[in-house]
Design a protein. Structure first.
Length: 289
């Protein structure tokens, strides 16, 4: 069998269209959705991610406030800036670009962001709501994956989903979102013994390792008709690649995401959606979905 490619660009565009319409509605109510971005240091990859996020915002009519800080910026100064942004009623979402320089404690910094402006959905408060099935602002990559499944009418209820990742950014929030949809979820990681035996029993494999030198999801690791969502990004022969050997996987899977063009565009689109949700919540308008 040859499976269907899950087109992340197509789905991301549909999310962007809905977001653009929601932004226009908010503007009619006198609300100008605005995302504040915070970048500490001059890492070129991080700077480029922030610029892309700002471009995405402008595409759908969301304003941005850009904060670029020197790499020796202190924890105290950063927390003071976050405090100011929390109190600034013209700012609806706060994005602190990760990773942060080593003198800055990531967890403590993220914890200072108001949960109502936490457009990455990573504050302990929002993570707790997520685990309780009540979060409005959910981490962008996991919620983007759920949006992809939804768009392609892939119902995970009763299915066995294997996630290869246990990070706060991807694996843990995804676990809760999938449980909410009645999936049976197994979380695997670098210490999992015989990973292939788990994957071969899975109806859906979601992989987010990001190191092709160490790990490749090969065709013989999935069962016939499985669905494969590839979150990983690494370099293979100088090109951007996912965790999966896509050519081999798509011959056996019913659906699979490519890299690039799968999960990546969804992560970006969900940030826009979260910013509009934050703008709606802050004005008591309720949830935009
Ligand atoms: N496309 C997107 O929008 C998007 C968004 C977010 C992340 N990503 C990509 O997704 C990947 C993961 O991101 P992350 O922030 O979650 O990174 P991370 O914190 O480094 O997580 C990597 C996970 O992979 C596991 N792992 C490592 N080697 C393994 C192996 N040989 N077998 C099985 N599991 C293994 C790790 O296990 P341990 O916990 O035991 O170390 C960890 O749970 C990266 O490539 C990142 O660039 C892409």
């Amino acid at each position: 069998m040859t499976g269907q490619k899950i087109d992340g660009v197509l789905v991301a565009n549909s999310v962007k269209d809905r977001t653009r319409a929601a932004v226009a509605e908010l503007k009619k109510e006198g609300i100008e959705p605005c995302l504040a971005t915070v970048l500490v240091g001059d890492d070129p990859a991080s700077a480029s991610y922030v610029s892309s996020k700002q471009r995405d915002c402008s595409e759908v009519g969301i304003a941005t406030k850009d904060h670029r800080l020197p790499k020796d910026f202190s924890q105290k100064e950063l927390e003071a800036l976050i405090g100011l942004l929390n109190d600034d009623s013209s700012v609806h979402g706060i994005l602190v670009q990760l990773p942060l320089p080593e003198q800055i404690d990531e967890f403590s910094t993220i914890s200072k962001i108001s949960p109502l402006k936490d457009v990455d959905g990573l504050t302990p408060y929002n993570m707790g709501l997520l685990a309780s099935g009540r979060a409005l602002l959910k981490p962008c990559t996991p919620s983007g994956i759920m949006e992809l499944l939804d768009f392609y009418k892939i119902d995970v209820s009763g299915k066995h989903v294997v996630i290869i990742n246990r990070s706060n950014l991807v694996g843990k929030p995804l676990y809760y979102l999938l449980l909410e949809k009645n999936a049976t979820v197994t979380t695997c990681h670098s210490k999992t013994r015989d990973l292939g035996s788990f994957c071969r029993t899975a109806d859906v494999v979601i992989t987010a390792v990001g190191n092709r030198a160490k790990f490749t999801l090969s065709g013989d690791m999935i069962k016939e008709g499985a669905i494969v969502i590839d979150v990983g990004t690494s370099r293979l022969e100088g090109r951007l690649a996912g965790d999966a050997d896509y050519e081999a996987i798509i011959k056996k899977a019913s659906y699979a995401t490519p890299v690039p063009g799968g999960v990546g565009p969804m992560t970006r689109a969900m940030l826009l959606k979260n910013t509009v949700t934050a703008a709606s919540i802050s004005k008591g308008i309720g949830k935009y979905s």
